[in-house]
Write a protein that binds this ligand. Structure first.
Ligand SMILES: O=c1ccn([C@@H]2O[C@@H]3COP(=O)(O)O[C@H]3[C@H]2O)c(=O)[nH]1
Length: 244
């Protein structure tokens, strides 16, 4: 299974970069986790849009969905050009799918993310867990037929469910929106220390810190996480690739 960071910024993208977006590839399957601002452009460095199978949207904040409707238009055009033959499946975690602004149901099939369900795509399965955030928000677990597993937190505050959901994962991609000194500023996000604590309790194989703040020294985030978690910790960056 290949994991590629398309965008790792919280809130807004820095120059030529993107907010949340992660590509998962396994055999011929290509899946996008979140589709924030800048993701649609950056994604095309790695895949042709007509080859994308499925998108999972963890919650409806702009830094996770800003390019989602542009992706619908791209799918429409690619299908009209005959480059793509099947509609794009988009799974969304939200209260009410009817409030979304998709326009072309013949090109994009929108599905609710059901926390009880497993979605199979090729030889991967996707499962979900509820987070703490200020809108409905879920974490996603990707498991391959080879028995490997990656968990992506989406946006979450500190909660037992993300620890349990991440237990034994090979790779844990955890948001780290804040430095330790900011603890308590917003209970819907993690500090780096909390991310390290979750990684340690979940006994994950390695931790990737993402959804990064636009200020401070990101190496400080790694130091803060490492005071809890003694395995490998990396900062996400645009174009980062891992084979899992
Ligand atoms: O007190 C605050 C509140 C928010 N923020 C950022 O704005 C983003 C808004 O969307 P989000 O919830 O996906 O992520 C949030 C953070 O990245 C912040 O840095 N400090």
């Amino acid at each position: 299974m290949e994991f590629t960071v398309i965008g790792h910024w919280g809130a807004y993208p820095e120059t030529n970069e993107a907010t949340s977006g992660y590509l998962i590839e396994h055999k011929s399957s290509k899946v996008l986790l979140d589709c924030g601002s800048g993701v649609l452009s950056g994604l095309q460095n790695y895949v042709m849009l007509e080859d994308l199978d499925t998108v999972f949207i963890t919650h409806l904040h702009a830094d996770h969905i800003a390019d989602m409707y542009s992706l619908e238009f791209a799918t429409l055009i690619l299908m009209q050009m005959g480059k793509r033959t099947t509609p794009l499946d988009i799974y969304v975690y939200c209260k009410d799918l009817t409030k979304l602004d998709f326009c072309y149901p013949e090109y994009v099939k929108v599905h609710p993310i059901d926390l009880q369900a497993t979605v199979a795509i090729g030889d991967m399965t996707f499962t979900f867990s509820e987070n703490i955030h200020d809108v409905p928000s879920c974490a996603v677990k990707v498991s391959s037929s080879e028995g490997k597993c990656l968990v992506y937190s989406g946006d979450t505050g500190y909660c037992q469910s993300i620890i349990e959901f991440s237990r034994g994962s090979d790779v844990l991609v955890l948001e780290s929106s804040f430095y330790n000194v900011q603890k308590g500023l917003n209970n819907g996000h993690l500090t780096a220390g909390e991310a390290g604590d979750i990684a340690a309790l979940a006994q994950t194989g390695q931790l990737i810190l993402t959804h990064l703040p636009h200020y401070g020294d990101h190496n400080q985030l790694v130091m803060e996480a490492s005071s809890h978690f003694d395995r490998q910790i990396q900062l996400a960056y645009c174009g980062m690739k891992l084979t899992i």
